[in-house]
Design a protein around this ligand. Structure first.
Ligand SMILES: Cc1ncc(COP(=O)(O)O)c(C=O)c1O
Length: 472
């Protein structure tokens, strides 16, 4: 058999196997997760650096990196080694017992927050992001004795019941009964599509003024003017909205919001699950905005997508042993030794790296390329970025009306692995977010190099051109 015949035979066998696997998936896997959002289902086989590979060996440049969980690249050697070392040392331990890595990781995070915000606090670990959000809700309720919180329109905090109650999309709650303590959702400063149709240059944060008005009289339904008690205990924010479409607020927004919250003893809870660990060029995205949060919630990139752990940091007055005693919250796998060992190595890797400099530099470079594309294609309504959290908003030719059809077409073309840059067929992994599902939220690996950014932009332009032709 010739080499060509052998290759064809191998590809046919592989295609047959893929078909078989997809049939099994269709029958035995729940469709309740997000896999079936896509028209074309890919089965991936390998990952390395900024690339994913499918079973045929096709290479996909990943601009999503597991929704910003893999900030430090696939198969990061240093983090993988930390995992392997821990597997050989002590892979399992019930979380009621102590191990060194847990203590050191909590210490590193606590000391880092202390240094940045001059605030004392403690860390409590859990497993997934939404679970950490649940823990933060307990901390809020315990401290304020209030069930109600504010959150933002466009905000996303996870899909457990408590996290769904403070996540803006009704779609995520609709089938699951009445959410009596659902958040009061406030318009986010999404200036490209201002809820109040204002222009940023002249608005003086009109949206914030509207929020402030809620406190003017008891008849606006949230405040007892006689004792200054607000019915709401906390405000949940993302420093940059993630699933909402990487929407970056005006520089002074959060500090002015915090002034209002402080007047009524409302806690500021900062969900850094997606923006944390240098996605924006700082450890926590909120560091760009000159405010001190009362609680920070983190997850995702702490373990680079390896054995997950999440957690909260809370100010001492909210989480001291006197107010949050043993047993206040618990999960079997929280603070698991594999996760804490990787998390500790992640914190050391951060200390040894120059992300505070390199991420903003790379982000500016990437954004400059995207701005050039925007000039060429009216369908790109907006591009923006903070560090390596970048957004491309896809519109109709008027540059404003959301164009979900084109967005989906581009994402599917990327998954088709048929883009041809430099004579090699490649794919492109893109995440779709935004209020109108027309935004590409780019979260490349923090170690992406300039040539790889150029390649990513070339691949994106080709997918865009094909998408425009397909949907014309
Ligand atoms: C800001 C934010 N909060 C919470 C979550 C929920 O985290 P998890 O999916 O790990 O439960 C996410 C996940 O995307 C997120 O982006």
């Amino acid at each position: 058999m010739s080499q060509k015949q052998k290759t064809v035979k191998k590809a046919t066998k592989s295609a047959g196997r893929e078909e078989e696997l997809l049939k099994l998936e269709a029958k035995y896997c729940s469709w309740g997760d997000t896999v079936h959002y896509a028209d074309k289902l890919n089965i991936f086989d390998r990952a390395e650096g900024i690339y994913l590979y499918d079973r045929e060996g096709a290479e996909y440049l990943d601009l999503q990196m597991w929704y910003s969980a893999v900030n430090f690249g696939y198969k990061n050697r240093r983090l993988n080694e930390a995992l392997k070392r821990q597997i050989d040392k002590m892979p399992q331990l019930a979380c009621q017992y102590l191990h060194e890595e847990k203590i050191l990781l909590a210490t590193k995070i606590g000391q880092r927050v202390e240094m940045t915000f001059e605030a004392q606090g403690r860390v409590h670990f859990n497993v997934g992001g939404a679970q950490a959000v649940e823990d933060s809700l307990k901390v809020v309720r315990n401290h304020t004795h209030k069930n109600l919180v504010f959150a933002f329109m466009g905000g996303y905090h996870g899909r457990t019941l408590g996290a769904s109650a403070i996540t803006s999309s009704y779609r995520y709650r609709e089938k699951f009964g009445h959410f009596s303590d659902r958040a009061l959702f406030v318009p986010y400063p999404y200036c490209f599509r201002c809820m109040y149709e204002k222009k940023r240059e002249f608005c003086d944060l009109y949206c914030l003024r509207q929020f402030e008005k809620l406190f003017e009289t008891e008849y606006h339904a949230i405040l007892n003017k006689k004792n200054n008690e607000c019915e709401f205990g906390a405000f949940y924010v993302e420093s940059v909205q993630g699933t909402g479409g990487y929407v970056i607020p005006p520089a002074e927004y959060f500090s002015r919001l915090k002034e209002i919250l402080d007047r009524y003893k409302i806690l500021l809870i900062d969900d850094e699950i997606q923006m944390g660990f240098y996605r924006t060029g700082k450890l926590w995205g909120i560091e760009h905005f000159n405010v001190v949060p009362d609680v920070i919630v983190f997850g995702k990139a702490l373990t680079n997508g390896l054995n997950p752990i999440s957690g909260i940091w809370a100010k001492e007055k909210l989480i001291s042993p006197q107010v949050f005693p043993p047993g206040s919250t618990h999960s079997t796998f929280s603070a698991n030794p594999l996760g804490t060992a990787i998390g500790l190595e992640t914190m050391k890797l951060i200390e040894d790296s120059d992300f505070a400099v390199s991420v903003p530099r790379k982000g500016e470079y990437f954004l400059a390329q995207l701005r050039k594309l925007r000039k060429k294609y009216p369908q790109i309504g907006d591009v923006d970025g903070l560090g390596l959290a970048l957004r491309i908003e896809i519109c109709q030719k008027d540059g404003f009306t959301p164009n979900k059809e084109l967005t989906d077409a581009i994402a599917n073309i990327g998954l088709g692995a048929n883009l041809n840059v430099g004579g090699k067929k490649r794919g492109l992994i893109l995440d779709v977010g935004g209020y109108y599902k027309n935004v590409f939220t780019l979260a490349p690996s923090l170690s992406i190099e300039e040539e790889e950014i150029d390649l990513a932009v070339e691949l994106f332009e080709e997918a865009l051109k094909k998408g425009i032709a397909q949907t014309a």
